[in-house]
Design a protein. Sequence first.
Length: 133
Amino acid sequence: ILDVEDPANPTLVIERRNAHSLHSFTRSRLPPPLTDREVVTASIWQKESDGTFFAVITACQHDDYPITSKYVRIDFIRALKLTQSGDGKTTNVEIVGSVNLNGVFPAWLNDIFTVPQLSNTAINMVNFFAGVR
């Protein structure tokens, strides 16, 4: 039901401050009569000596992407912990997250959009950090 403006690249990396930090920008189209949404996020991650990864992704402001009346700005925070098993065959993913699509959006509808997106986080993060290990 969400339609990103560029399905081939729905998220644009707008700034990479170092190897463990980046800012990104995403816009999504919603069906009428809902207003389209956008979010700017700051992501940081760290790898511990035991191989555990910690990551925090939160909505933020960015001077190059100011809030406009054309889009509703999403509030977003997600914290993750990825721990590989001792035998290296499985990865445990713990996620805490909150997404508020804002605007005139009932909570039950917000959950329809955001709960599946949060559940996809696990596989996306495992794939991302597999390349870093």
